[in-house]
Design a protein around this ligand. Structure first.
Ligand code: SF4
Length: 385
């Protein structure tokens, strides 16, 4: 079977080279050709010994992902839809800013967590991506953009594992991919510039702290367990207290001295002043001093199946003020690429739902609508700011 060279971190590639009867250091040369220079054909790797090139020709290749579509937003954000076979497609987004270029990478085709406010969650889950498929997104974006922008230097300066999927539910493939991103012979990104975002897979947060501590973002979205159980179903397994304790353990290893908490602002659901006050109490309860946690408030990008709407700008500002006044660093995320459905929570790819997560969510949503309807008929309308 032909090996995909994108599947290997440097150590894995050294072992592969040894298996071919080559010296381990050949892996460094090979790694640089692939990741730093974007070369896929061993024949073009001119400083490799001819004998190695011949061996590679028969046993290994760089397997890129096929691009199904590319969309460019008016704000410069680019979204690619990649074919990963068997009817599954994943999405990757590049967000250019003045000082940096951030690539948002997918880790799974679909997602089994089923968060209410997330398009991917509503699609269900097909399968985990391989290390090669995770890295192929960065490999393609970096070298495509260099060519496209006519640049020699690095274009992708930051990676966020915030695309489709829960990265910590694909841990075995994730960690080698992170190592390729961090490796000086690979993409040479600092740990602070690579962020893993999780909905709260507590045991894997602990393992990541041991194996490959990069920046950590936690999708919190609710200040208490009752609400979080509904918005992020994984909370039933790992409730907020366990998640916060894991965050504190992680900080002992993290490259930054704070955790980023993502909070999607949902009109009338989690955006009330009392929710902000509960967050302040939560931070006070678990903070170990210093900055500890930064909050990133995300304007919700509505889609019909969610049954949810976006909080008003005033409500978001009031919410942010309560947190800021309590000394919590709080930012409101600028929406990027929403004209091409590339903003947070909008990534949906094209997924064969093999676990029926999507179907179960649709049933839950119908039940919720039936329960809510009689109440809302008589309820006082929420005040618009
Ligand atoms: S928010 Fe993340 S964890 Fe939740 S369903 Fe979407 S992709 Fe999965």
């Amino acid at each position: 079977m032909t090996a995909n060279l994108l599947d290997f971190d440097l150590e894995g590639l050294a072992v592969f080279c040894e298996g071919l009867g080559e010296k381990r250091f050949r892996a460094q040369q090979l790694f640089r050709w692939i990741h730093q220079m974007g070369v896929s054909n061993p024949e073009d790797m001119t400083d490799l010994a001819k004998s190695l090139r011949a061996k590679l020709a028969g046993t290994a290749r760089v397997t890129p992902l096929a691009v199904n579509a590319q969309h460019v937003s008016k704000d410069g954000t680019i979204k690619w839809l990649f074919d990963v076979g068997n009817g599954d497609a994943i999405e990757t987004v590049f967000i250019p800013e003045d000082e940096r270029g951030t690539l948002c990478i997918s880790s799974q085709a679909g997602c089994a967590v089923g968060c209410r406010f997330c398009s991917t969650g509503h699609q269900g889950f097909s399968r985990n991506l391989t290390t090669g498929e995770i890295i192929a997104q960065l490999w393609f974006a970096e070298h495509f953009l260099r060519k496209h922008l006519n640049r020699q230097d690095r274009v992708v300066s930051n990676v966020v594992m915030m695309g489709m999927g829960e990265p910590l539910q694909n841990y075995a493939a994730l960690v080698p991919a992170l190592r390729v991103m961090l490796d000086d012979h690979g993409y040479g990104l600092s740990r602070r510039r690579v962020t893993v975002s999780t909905s709260g897979v507590v045991p894997m947060i602990d393992r990541l702290g041991q194996d490959c501590p990069v920046a950590l973002a936690v999708s919190l979205h609710a200040p208490n367990d009752v609400l979080r159980d509904d918005l992020v179903p994984l909370n039933k397994k790992y409730p907020i207290a366990e998640l916060m304790a894991a965050c504190n353990r992680y900080l002992a290893h993290a490259p930054r001295d704070f955790i980023t908490f993502e909070y999607c602002m949902l009109d009338g659901v989690n955006d009330q002043p009392e929710h902000a006050k509960q967050l302040v109490e939560l931070v006070a309860q678990y903070s170990t001093g210093g900055v500890w946690g930064k909050f990133n408030l995300i304007p919700f990008n509505p889609f019909p199946a969610s049954g949810l709407t976006r909080s008003s700008a005033h409500r978001v500002a009031d919410f942010a003020k309560i947190l800021s006044d309590a000394g919590i660093v709080t930012t409101v995320r600028k929406t990027r690429g929403d004209d091409i459905d590339a903003a947070c929570g909008q990534l949906a790819g094209d997924v064969k739902d093999r676990t029926r997560v999507g179907q179960r969510m649709a049933v839950r949503q119908t039940a919720r609508t039936v329960m809510i309807k009689p109440v809302t008929v008589f309820a006082k309308q929420p005040q618009e700011h």
